[in-house]
Ligand binder design. Sequence first.
Ligand SMILES: NC(=O)c1ccc[n+]([C@@H]2O[C@H](COP(=O)([O-])OP(=O)(O)OC[C@H]3O[C@@H](n4cnc5c(N)ncnc54)[C@H](O)[C@@H]3O)[C@@H](O)[C@H]2O)c1
Length: 278
Amino acid sequence: MATDASTLRIGVVGYGHLGVFLVEKILRDGPRLGLILSFVWNRNPDKLKGSVPAELILKDLSSFADRRSDVIVEVCHPHIVRKFGVHFLSQSHLMVGSPSALSDPDLNQKLCQASLQHANTLYVPSGALWGGQDIQRMNDSGTLKALFIRMSKHPSCFRLTGDILTDWTEGEGRRVLFSGSVAELCPLAPNNVNTMAAAAVAAGTLGFTGVRGEIVSDTKLRDYHVVEVEVTGPDGFSVNTVRRNPANLGAVTGTATYNSFWNSLLTCKGHGGRVYLC
Ligand SMILES: NC(=O)c1ccc[n+]([C@@H]2O[C@H](COP(=O)([O-])OP(=O)(O)OC[C@H]3O[C@@H](n4cnc5c(N)ncnc54)[C@H](O)[C@@H]3O)[C@@H](O)[C@H]2O)c1
């Protein structure tokens, strides 16, 4: 569906932190790299005025197919993946920026089916996950035995659905907020566990119920988030990584994750009807 063989038409759904970043990047650097915008949608279209050319503003998301996109990038909310994911995949490749939506086994299965049926790729960006492709390789060769991910952040960086962190005080130190399966964590912290969700996609044999996760509040972490990954294989094999992701106070997303998203988008050129960690 590309404009010419080498130009990809990108539709962006959501115009928050990530959406603004990606749209600016596509408008500025895209043409040189073979990417152009097909549309931008936001639930409040007023936010787009003055920043996005009028002809690229999509008012009604249900008419997305008219814009003939090669790749649709969702950087909005898991709710939009639930509502439109299958439709998007019937027309285009989909890069799902809110992979915590995939913790719903029913939706996960529907998206995989749609991807296969329409030969369009469901891309999952690795975000702040380090070593995702190595994890996927171990998974595919049957040697992945266990996977654990801990995300530690300043309490102002968490957006939780429950009330487990309403009582934090500056200087209180470290508190484990939740430890359990990624399936249990996703509904509790949908905006903070996308990295774990990407890991659960890479580790498909363990899945969202088999991959373990932990979220930790730490008032010392004023300048960065910490992502620790522990991979276990056979016969005592293990890999432990610690990633420090610079982040401002109150920021849900570390600064390096923005560029990681951009690099993920550059790989979305079509990998057939399957789920692909990028
Ligand atoms: N994969 C990753 O590593 C990773 C990293 C950061 C953020 N994310 C996810 O990507 C998405 C966007 O992140 P962001 O930092 O740009 O968030 P943001 O809060 O800055 O922006 C979200 C945008 O979506 C809109 N929105 C929110 N809820 C909506 C709903 N129910 N229906 C329609 N529109 C809605 C908001 O108005 C806003 O324009 C979020 O789901 C976030 O959790 C993923």
